[in-house]
Design a protein around this ligand. Sequence first.
Ligand code: KIV
Length: 269
Amino acid sequence: MDKITVPKVKRFKGKKIITALTAYDFLTARIVDEAGVDIILVGDSVGTTVQGLNSTIPVKMEEMLYHTRIVSRAVKRALLVGDMPFLSYQTSESDAIRNAGLLLKEGAEAVKLEGGSSVAKLIEKLVVSGIPVMGHIGLTPQSVNLFGGYRIQGKTESKARRIIDDAISLEQAGVFSIVLEGMPEEVAAKITNSVNVPTIGIGAGRYCDGQILVITDILGMDPTFKPRFVKQYLNLYDEIKNAVSAYANDVENGKFPSEEHVFHLKKKE
Ligand code: KIV
């Protein structure tokens, strides 16, 4: 098993396309890890995918610690990244270092946080404290209220320039990779060519150093959420619903449990 580390991810740039997925629980993380995905992110998307929230903003630090802890029990090969939820790093440098450090204590090998040049100084502090940081720019979901919705960012030349500058600031601050979310692929391509750290795209087109998606999206667990940038590989919503209906039917019709599922008294002492 070739364990994926932060330096390895950096060395992948230009040599190997990086694969990444989110995971929030032990069993799913074990499947993702055993399938050979390079990076597993315990994303604050846990809020919308697991907790039934409308955004990631209410997700709490203790919830990220819990999900990181249970995912880390499954991950053997992939690089495990823990997401910093809203208000876990914006309040002060010491809050950011403490919270990022707590994610590492739960088994994360790096943390991810949202923002460009405005968080560059903070990232420098984290990195000198021994905490590897993955950046995240473009459509950063924790800023949904500033954006007025989940809107593709960097569509004009001046806005694209700002995102490219953000990527350069993050690289200078010491990130080992940058998630590019929700932007024209031309902008993502320019960023990928402008920085020496790998870019990992989600809704950012083809010209990134890697791709990340949310596990529940590729598995088709939510029939109400099918964004253009997702490729759905399974219809798990229908698969699970059919299985659950079949089980309920069997129980109601006395077909389950049957002989093969029951225990009997010993014939003789
Ligand atoms: O929280 C998350 O899942 C993410 C990815 C979509 C990049 O930030």
